[in-house]
Design a binder for this molecule. Structure first.
Ligand SMILES: *[C@@H]1O[C@H](CO)[C@@H](O)[C@H](O)[C@H]1NC(C)=O
Ligand SMILES: *[C@@H]1O[C@H](CO)[C@@H](O)[C@H](O)[C@H]1NC(C)=O
Length: 333
């Protein structure tokens, strides 16, 4: 299945986690995938041991018959970002079909400091969260769009990996503001891209299982008991029912292969919603419920009514809550 044969894609931050999963899926679908990450890289021995690294992502793409190009990039450095796009343009006659803005540098810092309030941390936490997670995405989107607009006719798709952290307090003020801004950026860019045939979409992965970092972040969030009302048991259940790191990649493959994708310009999707739309399941064959589905919320005890979990057995997964309602609901938690 090479639905993306001949396409050129860039996934920023592809050493591990969701970025790695997306790169694997785009590569498996036939795209030539540029993958970025920072040096220093893991040693050969660590790669042999299966530890995540950019090299490992590239090797895994190639073992699936795909093509990967590693470009070591510090996404907090403007000149390195610019050089990355120059390289892609030079090597592909100016073509870039798919940009996935995924790089995020603040996760470790956030986990270590999840028990501190914003005024207890130095204000540079803003830069830790948002230099790569927001500023870099803006830079990448500018350079990618320039390549996409120059084509005849203009075409391309830009996906920002965001999260429900844009909806409600999670971990840290600077983190949440950055995520909310990222969603806004996508939507505003979409306004300017509307007539150009270039598509900008924000994608929210749900709870991602097997990801150590997600588990640790979630554990960190638990420490914020003054803010979070999700119990550790509920959280465990949510993660156990979660999606693989490649599920977001399947969503992007489906979107990028859809000739009518531009109709979705400016939308914010959860991965489970994209799966419902295009009819795919996770890599292990499991159906993933959208976090927006009533069933998901009931199952995970996120609806504050007695017996909510019991009711969830009777609610079909296709009963969806409108995004605006979820937003209001989550804010009210
Ligand atoms: C940014 O990257 C360039 C090229 O790799 C390097 O020469 C420069 O020192 C970097 N700047 C910073 C602030 O790290
Ligand atoms: C993605 O991020 C870029 C840069 O931050 C922004 O310009 C663009 O509008 C965003 N697009 C989407 C769909 O989120």
């Amino acid at each position: 299945m090479s639905v993306l044969a001949g396409k050129v894609a860039l996934v920023t931050g592809a050493s591990r986690g969701i970025g790695r999963g997306i790169a694997l899926q785009l590569g498996s679908a036939g795209a030539k995938v540029y993958i970025t990450g920072r040096k220093p890289e893991a040693s050969d021995a660590a790669i042999e041991a299966g530890l995540p690294s950019l090299d490992k992502t590239a090797k895994d793409i190639e073992s699936r018959g795909g093509k990967a190009v590693i470009v070591y990039t510090d996404h907090s450095n403007s000149s390195e970002i610019k050089a990355l796009f120059n390289q892609i343009a030079d090597e592909n006659d100016g073509t870039l079909d798919i940009l996935v803005n995924n790089a995020y540098a603040g996760a470790d810092f956030l986990m270590k400091n999840s028990d501190k309030r914003f005024f207890e941390l130095e204000p540079e936490v803003w830069d830790v969260c948002n230099n790569v997670g927001l500023r870099n995405h803006y830079f990448c989107s500018v350079y990618a769009t320039r390549l996409m607009v120059a084509r005849n006719p203009p075409s391309g798709i830009i996906v920002n990996i965001s999260s429900a952290g844009g909806l409600k307090f999670f971990l840290n003020v600077a983190y949440g503001v950055g995520k909310a801004a990222l969603d806004r950026m996508s939507v505003d860019m979409a306004v300017e891209l509307q007539k150009l045939g270039i598509t900008s979409i924000a994608l929210w992965p749900g709870a991602v299982k097997t990801e150590l970092s997600t588990m640790r972040m979630a554990a960190g969030a638990m420490k914020q008991s003054q803010h979070d009302e999700v119990t550790p048991e509920q959280l465990k259940a949510i993660l156990a029912g979660g999606e693989s790191t490649e599920f977001a990649g399947k969503a992007i493959v489906a979107l990028a292969a859809d000739p009518k994708v531009h109709k979705l310009n400016g939308r914010i999707f959860m991965t489970g919603d994209v799966a419902d739309r295009y009819g795919f399941v996770d890599v292990d064959g499991k159906r993933i419920l959208s976090a927006r589905s009533l069933k998901f919320l009931l199952q995970n005890g996120l609806v504050p009514i007695p017996g909510a979990k019991f009711f969830s057995y009777f609610v079909p997964a296709f009963v969806k809550i409108p995004g605006w309602f979820l937003s209001a609901f989550v804010s009210a938690l």
